[in-house]
Every structure is written in C-alpha cells, then in structure tokens.
Design a protein around this ligand. Structure first.
Ligand SMILES: Cc1cc2nc3c(=O)[nH]c(=O)nc-3n(C[C@H](O)[C@H](O)[C@H](O)COP(=O)(O)OP(=O)(O)OC[C@H]3O[C@@H](n4cnc5c(N)ncnc54)[C@H](O)[C@@H]3O)c2cc1C
Length: 429
C-alpha cells in the first residue's frame, strides 16, 4: 500500500537536516505509515569526507553533493522543504523556519556540527574552514589566488607569506588537507607556475596532541606522520595555536614559533549545531544535546537528536559520548527509523550501541592508513582500500562514476584537474 504525503492521516515527523543521519532515517521511513517532512537549508546531501578534494581542485562540488529531492523522489510519504529551521517551540510542537511555521507530532534534530574556534574571534574571522561546499570552494580559490599573488609579490618575504599554508588540527581532515597541499606543491606549482620557485611553498600541520590521527592506533598515527613528512609537510605535534595577526600574517604557536602566512586552515575541532528554543539545560559537552539510549532528548517526550548533534552516555564503551563521525550518524538514523515505527505501533524500543567499523585517512598518492574490522594497513593497499570504500560510500551512481573518472585522470596526469577560480575568495574585513 502506498502512503501519500498530501492525503495520509498519520503522525507527522519533522526532520531537521538531510545529512548522514537524516538521510538514513528518511530511507528507513520510506513508504511507512508516518508522514515525514525534511527541512534542510541546502537542497543537497554533502559527502563531507571528500570535501578536501574539492578544496584542492581534485574534484568538482557536484561529485560529492547529491540532490535531496532525487533521494526522496519515489518516497510517497516524504516531502522536502529547502528552508532553515530557526527555532523550535517544544511546548507547542512547532518549528519556525525561513518559510513559515510547521507543527509536528515527532521532531528529529539532525543538524550536525559546525567548526569550533574555541572562542578565538581573530581565527574565526580570518582562517579558512572546511565544513560546507562553499567553504571548500573558498579554500580552492584562496589557494590558487595565493599562487597568483606570489607571482607579483615584490620580495621573498611576502612571497613566502603567500606560499606558506598552515593547517591547524591533525585529525583526518587536517591530515588529508595537508597531504593534498603537499601534492599541489609537488605537481601543480612546478607545472603551472614555472616562474615561481616551488620550493618556496611550505605546508605546516600543527596539532596540540602528541600524535596526528589520535583516534587511530599508534602505529597508524606514526605512519601517517611519516607519510606527511615524506611529502615535505612540517608536522608540529604537542603544539597549539595561540593567536593570529591578520595584518602582519603572524601565527603564534605555543612552542614559541611564529609562522608568517596568509592562509590558516582551521580543522582543529567541531561543536554541535544547536537550534534556538531547546533548553540550554540539555546542551552538554561539545555543544551537543544530551539524549537517552533511544536518542530522545532529555526531558522531552517527542523530540530526538541523532548524529553529531547527539550526546549519549548510555553506551558502555563510550561513556563520554560517541565520536562525531558518519558511521555513528548513519547507525543512529537507521535505528531511530525503526524505533519511531515501533513507537507508532506501541512496540518496545531498541537502545543504541555503536558498532565501530573502523577509520581511515589518506595522505596522498599510494599513502593511506586504514583500520577496518580490526585489520590495520598502511601504504599502497590501504590507499586502494581507502579509494574503494569511499567510492562505495558515496551517494548516487553518477557521483561514483564522476569521482572514479576524476581520480583516474588525476592519477595518470599527476594533476588536480579543477584548478579554477570560479568565485574569487574575498577575505572578510
Ligand atoms: C571535512 C570533513 C571531513 C570528514 N571526514 C569524515 C570521514 O572521513 N569519516 C567520517 O566518518 N566522518 C567524517 N566527517 C564527519 C562526518 O561528516 C559527520 O560525522 C557527519 O556528517 C555527521 O552527520 P550528521 O547527519 O549529524 O550531520 P551532517 O551530515 O553535517 O548534516 C547536517 C545537515 O543539517 C542541515 N542543517 C543544519 N542546521 C540546519 C538548520 N537550522 N535548518 C535546516 N538545515 C540545517 C545541514 O545543511 C546539513 O545538511 C568529516 C567531516 C568534515 C567536516
């Protein structure tokens, strides 16, 4: 039997966010006896793990974004509205959005995370981040603009400042971005900017912890650092960023080093993206909503949070909440889908426990670290595994084909095909 959104008489679920978590929830509720409205301020799903490749010109944005309307087309009980949810009124069961007010029986908040600058206003204003596709396009433009600028700089100090790139944060995003920049130094700069001395470009990675990729095993972390250093990246661990002076371009590090740079790429932390109207009492560590084992927000009977925005302490192995990764978001989305259907039909609910499938990061050509199903690999095989798994995880057949063809092209040509400035980056003043 088909359940039609416009005509069906059924409980109404509003989902805020069509990311990793929201998407799995939607899929679980396809053609089920519940009316679903999905709100997202973008009309696409963003595959964030490959965003650094958009920033470094290896992929175009359309390769990692997928239209949300295409995903829900053919799902008769689900509707999409492109709108920003501005406020939730839990006492009235309503959400206020940029296109009006909507009421719900159940609400699921799947808004993900935003960059955490830990209160450093200067860095928030002047550093580049990698949290959305516009951010990735800004960074791509900025990198290429710095190359163009360096050509016209009058002296070696200003050339160095333009060609010094500092990545802050040695998690997967920081490591992958630093590796991609190092490959641009090796392959793009000498080919496209023959008038520039490519050795002047320097890539720095600054990490406050003693290791990069601290969430992985020590052997993977050490190997990733070695891969980065083999590519010429200056890795500084046990070092944090203290302040940035955008006028002089000086970046002050805790170990006393001062780097001169026009480009600071901030990937040192994220925090939950909360929505006004939910009591501050339930916002906890990492700016996330405290949820019970069924992803229900504490103190609210019909409001749930899943993915990066959810903080759960009930899973024995993760007393300080789950890592903010795509697998957790997807698993919580799928389980909440089942639990909502159980709720509607008065069946018992199942608590969430994280099934950790592993993690991985690539540093560059033939260089990756991979830990899946308890197997640890580094180097060429890990790099092939990394590519295969990312191709499988992408949403949509077209995106897989586009990414695969781009990778083949980049591999044989040693280039980053999409090194174009389509929307110049203008620094906020
Ligand atoms: C650069 C980068 C690389 C990453 N690499 C990896 C990786 O390799 N492996 C891994 O496991 N994880 C990775 N992650 C983390 C992973 O992407 C997140 O854990 C995952 O996206 C969380 O899913 P989510 O559904 O909670 O949030 P998201 O996927 O971020 O989705 C949130 C959605 O909510 C929408 N939204 C937010 N606020 C509003 C609002 N007020 N109104 C309407 N819509 C709203 C957003 O537009 C977005 O579509 C990476 C993250 C980044 C930024």
């Amino acid at each position: 039997m088909k359940h039609h959104y416009q005509t069906m008489q059924a409980p109404h679920l509003i989902i805020i966010g069509g990311g990793f978590a929201g998407l799995e929830l939607i899929k679980k509720l396809n053609n089920k006896p519940i009316k679903v409205t999905v709100f997202d301020k973008h009309n696409y799903f963003n595959f964030q793990p490959l965003m650094y490749q958009v920033a470094s010109g290896g992929l175009g944005p359309d390769a990692i974004a997928y239209p949300l309307r295409k995903i829900i087309s053919g799902m008769p009980n689900i509707a999409f509205r492109m709108a920003e949810v501005q406020r939730v009124q839990t006492e009235r069961n309503e959400v206020m959005t940029s296109i009006g007010t909507f009421s719900y029986d159940y609400l699921c908040i799947a808004t993900g995370a935003q960059t955490n600058f830990f209160g450093n206003a200067e860095l928030e204003k002047y550093s580049m981040q990698l949290k959305s596709i516009p951010d990735a396009l800004d960074l791509r433009s900025d990198i290429l603009q710095e190359f163009e600028k360096a050509l016209n700089e009058p002296n070696s100090q200003t050339i160095e400042r333009a060609l010094n790139f500092v990545v802050v944060g040695g998690g997967p995003t920081g490591v992958e971005t630093a590796g991609a920049l190092a490959e641009m130094k090796k392959n793009v700069l000498p080919a496209d900017y023959t008038e520039l001395d490519a050795s002047k470009m320097q890539v720095h990675l600054v990490e406050a912890a003693p290791l990069v990729l601290a969430a992985m095993s020590e052997v993977s972390s050490r190997k990733a650092k070695q891969f980065l250093e083999d590519l010429g990246v200056h890795v500084q661990v046990n070092t944090s960023v203290q302040k940035y002076d955008a006028v002089t371009g000086e970046l002050f590090l805790s170990n006393g080093t001062v780097l001169k740079t026009d480009t600071v790429i901030w990937s040192a932390g994220v925090k939950g993206k909360t929505i006004d109207g939910i009591s501050a009492d339930v916002i906890t560590r990492g700016n996330r909503y405290k949820v019970d084992a069924y992803n229900k927000i504490e103190g609210l009977s019909n409001v749930f949070a899943i993915g990066d925005i959810a903080y759960m302490e009930t899973d024995g192995a993760f007393p300080n909440g789950h890592p903010m990764v795509a697998t957790v978001a997807q698993q919580q989305g799928r389980l909440l889908g089942k639990n909502i259907l159980n709720m509607v039909s008065n069946k018992p609910l199942k608590p969430y426990t994280y099934l950790n499938l592993g993690s991985m990061a690539t540093v560059g050509r033939h260089k990756a670290v991979l830990e899946v199903f308890g197997i640890k690999m580094q180097g060429y095989i890990a790099w092939l595994g990394w590519m295969f798994l990312h191709l499988m995880l992408l949403v949509g057949f077209r995106n897989r084909v586009v990414v695969f063809l781009n990778w083949v092209w980049n591999y044989v040509s040693y280039q980053r095909a999409i090194r174009i400035i389509t929307r110049p980056f203008v620094q906020k003043q």
